[in-house]
Design a protein around this ligand. Sequence first.
Ligand code: AMP
Length: 628
Amino acid sequence: MQKVREFHRQSIQDREAFWAREAQRIHWETPFTRVLDYSRPPFARWFVGGRTNLCYNAVDRWLDTQGDQPALIWVSTEVDQEIVYTRADLAREVNAAAATLQELGVVQGDRVLIYLPMIPQAAFFMLACARLGAIHSVVFGGFAAHNLAQRIDDAQPRVIVSTDAGSRGGRPIAYKPLLDQAIEQSSHAPERVVLVNRGLAPMDLTPGRDLEYAPLRARHLDAQVPVVWLESNEPSYILYTSGTTGNPKGVQRDVGGYAVALCASMEYIYGGKPGDVYFSSSDVGWVVGHSYVVYGPLLNGQATVMYEGTPVRPDAAILWRIVETYRVNVLFSAPTAIRVLKKHDPALLSRHDLSSLERIYLAGEPLDELTGQWLSEALGKPVIDNYWQTETGWPILSAQPGIEEVPTRFGSPSFPVYGYDARVVDETTGRDCGPNQKGVVAIEPPLPPGAMSTIWGNDERFVRTYFQSFPGRLCYSTSDWGLVDDDGYWYILGRTDDVINVAGHRLGTREIEESVNTHPAVAESAVVGVADQLKGQEAMAFAVLRNPALLEESGARERLEAEIKRVIEQRNGAVARPARILFVNTLPKTRSGKVLRRAIVALCEGRDPGDLTTIEDPGALDQIRAAL
Ligand code: AMP
């Protein structure tokens, strides 16, 4: 691993020379005057003074050489449709979307909220925003009205782009009623709502506010919208992610640093080159969808596959069928999807010609050794575990075959990626841990290009949330436990906070608790993540009722459980629905009133609850045991 190590060393020891070189990968309309301004730690400003544009670099820049080659390949097994957009087609669609937004008054700095399923219009409108310098905020389609309302209030979009419906397992899932509810709940009102009508569900239009996209598109199909050249550190987008409070954080990303970091990652981490085909099965509502369905491949002149559907429909060979049909070189998926495939006939793995496929990358949640090994043996292809977060925008830990092929170890996402001065830090002393010593995975700032610039509208929260975990040390905390072994391989050992990961979806237990507590019968609750073989973790809720005698009525338990689950579904979406809602008279707490979550999780997983010296009422644990 000599080369990877040396490359990493250079990137940290001489950051400016390293990134000045990488910055040549993209077009700068005006060259930058400084590579890095780190005069106000921990805020890092990359490529200061440089003017560029994400849409120009992803679309226009490739028109001369790749105008007639595939750029966006859309496959939907939900509505049985496949469309290949060439780079020229993509340019036309993006310009039409940009002209539409312009007609509706969107200008540089305005926010546009995109609430769409995996349809090409999601990418068209993201790129259209980038073209205009408008800031997009894509909200995952699986989120419900309450989540959406919170994001509308925080981002204050001038325009929202949405649709009549998504589809899951062949059944339409209406989006418009959720959007209407969300707009009703939020204090901020968008001026306009643009709706892509897929003809999947009936849709009421609010006069004066809602517009169907088809006639707007038709009017603007030949528009040529000038690119707005943005200073490298202007915001490109906001993407909300869960933390320890009920309020999601708007991760804000820049323009120039993001473009450079993604372009470089396409080569060094994913081994890609212009003309290659990249297929990430993530949803555009998550960070992987932003970085590796839309921006990364397109910025590097690669084609991207956008897939609307599940990994098992029409059968569990669908991912491999797509790889064969479109000669995919790299597949990027999540461990949960592979654990689902593992339960199906192994013959499905050899039904298709996978000769184009070089590697498979899995990210978003821990990759267990068995799943990684199973997939790599079954396909005879390298499987690479990627560790990163919404905040960083691109991998922190990964094998980097574009630099050097180094053997991987199942259970480890390999090594720190160039640009990241990653450490394992002791949370009590704030000092670096030694080999094999568990600590918090941290990044010594400045964060590299492409990582978050701040929390939207809240610099103070950015510093407090991410940079104040270690005594006497300004260092970014990932909120994940980890360790490095004697050979330099890294291991991730779970979250240090109350965030859980259900099938690769990052959820804040605090947000779910707030929903449980809105039920009038509930006094308080605790939601924890419990190990699940398929989904990695699943949520489990414990509720204390205002009037415990209520449970004595026949059928009350089942009715309350169903009602609380429904509230969660309506506020946070189906992904957040706990496996069970259990009722107890009191929650196990410390004397200072903190819920002993680790003890609850341990009991749920059949383990010893550990150190209980601080517990207020040991009887509370017996209640948890009894409820289980
Ligand atoms: P998100 O911001 O939704 O991408 O979630 C990021 C979190 O998911 C990380 O902080 C980890 O807790 C977890 N995670 C992501 N990738 C991995 C991985 N390869 N191994 C272990 N945990 C991961």
